[in-house]
Design a protein around this ligand. Structure first.
Ligand code: OAD
Length: 270
C-alpha cells in the first residue's frame, strides 16, 4: 500500500452508505426526489408482499421495466470514486440501499459491499428459496431448468430474456417467483445485516461517507453514526445533516471524485 503514515493514521477504516441519489446521474430515478418513483407510483401497489399477492403481473412488469432501465445505464463517476476509495482504504465496506448493480459494474468487489435491500437481478422463490440471477447487460443463460446445488440453496438458471416468461415459476416447487428485493414491511436479509454489524463491531470507522439518501430508515442513521468523521453528500438536507462533520451540497458524481482524490492525496485538506 503506497499510503503515507499520516494518511494511514487517518483513513484506515471506511464505511460508505449510498442511496438512490448516487444512481440518479446514471438515469435511474430516485424514490422520493422530484421525479422519484414514489411521487408517481404508490409503493403499496408495487413494493409490498400484499401488492405481489394482489397483482403479481403488475409488480413484475414494474421490476422488469426497472431491470431494463438499469441494464441500459452505466456506472457514473460517483460509483467509480467509491470503487477507487475501496482500493485505497485498509478496511472498507459499502452498504447500499440500491438494488441496481452499478456499484458492482464500477468494479467494487462483492465482499466489499452489502446490498441491504437486495438485488433486482435476483429472481427468488419465497417458498423454497431457489434463486437465479441475470446481471446487467449480460444475456440470461439458456436452460431454465438446470439446477445446481450451492450452499444449501438450490440455484437455477434464468430463461433467455425477460419477456419470454410472464411470471417466473420455481423450477423446484412451481411457486411464483419474485424479484430478490426487500419490500416494505419485510425484514432485512439477516446475513447481510450481520455482515454490516460485524464490520462495525471490529472497530470504529475513521471515516463514514453517506451519499444520495434521504436516510429514511433508522438502521441507516445508526450505521452512519458509527464513525469519527461523517461526510454527507446530498444536494438536500437530510435527518443526518446535523450529525455531519461535512455537508457537501453537490451531486455525488461531482463531489465524490474530488473528495476521494483529496483523501488519497492528503487527508488533512478535508
Ligand atoms: P430517496 O429517493 O429517498 O432519496 C434520494 C436522495 O438522493 C435525496 O435525498 C436526494 O436529495 C438525493 N439526491 C438526488 N440526486 C442526487 C445526486 N445526484 N447526488 C447526490 N444525492 C442526490 O432514495 P433512498 O434514500 O435511497 O427501499 O431511499 C431509501 C429506500 O427507500 C430505497 O432503498 C427503497 C425506498 O423505498 C425499499 O424499497 C425497501
Amino acid at each position: 500500500m503506497e499510503i503515507a503514515a499520516a494518511y494511514r493514521s487517518y483513513v484506515v477504516r471506511v464505511l460508505v452508505i449510498t442511496g438512490a441519489g448516487v444512481s440518479a446521474e446514471s438515469g435511474i430515478p430516485t424514490f422520493r426526489g422530484k421525479d422519484g418513483y414514489w411521487r408517481n407510483l404508490d409503493p403499496a401497489k408495487l413494493a409490498t408482499p400484499e401488492a405481489f399477492t394482489r397483482d403479481s403481473k403488475l409488480v413484475w412488469e414494474w421490476y422488469r421495466e426497472r431491470r431494463q432501465r438499469i441494464r441500459n445505464a452505466r456506472p457514473n463517476a460517483a460509483h467509480e470514486a467509491i470503487a477507487k476509495l475501496a482500493k485505497h482504504a485498509d478496511e472498507f465496506l459499502l452498504v447500499t440501499q440500491n438494488v441496481d448493480d452499478l456499484h458492482k459494474r464500477a468494479g467494487l468487489a462483492t465482499d466489499q459491499m452489502v446490498q441491504i435491500h437486495g438485488d433486482i437481478f435476483v429472481t427468488w422463490c419465497s417458498r423454497c428459496h431457489v434463486s437465479y440471477t441475470g446481471r446487467g447487460g449480460s444475456p440470461e443463460p439458456a436452460d431454465p431448468r438446470a439446477v445446481q446445488l450451492e450452499s444449501g440453496r438450490l440455484r437455477s438458471i434464468a430463461p433467455t430474456s425477460e419477456n419470454d416468461v410472464d411470471l417466473p415459476l420455481c423450477p423446484k416447487c412451481d411457486a411464483l417467483m419474485r424479484p430478490g428485493v426487500v419490500w416494505f414491511g419485510e425484514q432485512l436479509p439477516w446475513d447481510e445485516v450481520q455482515r454490516v454489524e460485524s464490520y462495525l463491531d471490529r472497530g470504529a470507522c475513521d471515516l463514514v461517507i453517506v451519499a444520495g439518501t434521504t436516510a429514511t430508515f433508522g438502521y441507516i442513521i445508526d450505521w452512519a453514526l458509527r464513525g469519527s468523521v461523517l461526510i454527507e453528500v446530498n444536494p438536500e438536507e437530510t435527518p443526518l445533516s446535523r450529525f455531519a462533520t461535512q455537508q457537501v451540497r453537490e451531486p455525488a458524481a461531482i463531489a465524490l471524485p474530488r473528495i476521494v482524490d483529496q483523501l488519497i492525496a492528503s487527508p488533512s485538506k478535508l
